[in-house]
Design a protein around this ligand. Sequence first.
Ligand code: HPA
Length: 282
Amino acid sequence: MSNTSQQELSEATLEQAAELLRRKGVGKPDATIILGSGLGKFTKAIQNPVVVPYSEIQGFPETGVAGHDGALYFGDVGKRKVLAWSGRFHHYEGYPFDRTVLPVRVAAALGCNTLVVTNAAGGINFRFNVGDLMLIDDIISLPVRVSPHTRKFRHRYANDSLVNEVTHLAAKAGIAVTRGTYLYAKGPTYETKAEIRAFRIMGADAVGMSTAAELNEAIRLEMACLGISLITNLATGVSKEKLDHSEIAEAASLREKDLIELITRILSDPETPIYKPEYRFR
Ligand code: HPA
């Protein structure tokens, strides 16, 4: 049932959504993954999937952005149970942050405590190229209260040690990755040249219009979490190209195979660090 009201969702509504998913065969996920624009093909790597369109879930808006299909997939990735969200809710589409973090909250209600988030982002760092995969080691998002449910002071995403370990995992698999700080910008218009210059001075390596709220919500829920950006374009002013969203599909097709392989390893490799208890934020 779709519901895009501005009210905050109650725990009872979340529990109802979780109950509906359990009835449809969704069990306790070892990990959940939110798939960014153009990155939905990972769902094909999920074995024995249960597929549930968002429109059937209590409290879920429909998604309306190209490259997002608006359904969840629950199934096996190696020996792990994974809940994948193909289609996310952006604040720039008019959803309050409360709704943008629904996948994280529903996963948590199902007993999941590990989150991976992928997104398309613009490269700010001069060393970045289109097609780079950037492990997010920190976030800049101002104003900072992007987790709508946070009522107290707490530390926030800063993920150096996990990013170090995942960098090793990627190297062993022969997948080139870089790392950096993701800056959340509200969008939906692209940034100005001056904004990108300012963001670079602030310490940002890439910019995008999602992810920060989801990661901060996962931290509030004491999950382990990791964000990965696919650099789909160089940010405004870094290159002379005009930005129009079509580059997302092009860049995605460049690195799709690598990204799917990387995510599969992060979620299911016997040596994956992401399930180590020390990486849960507390
Ligand atoms: N800016 C903001 N968000 C983005 C970009 C960008 O250049 N590319 C992909 N998502």
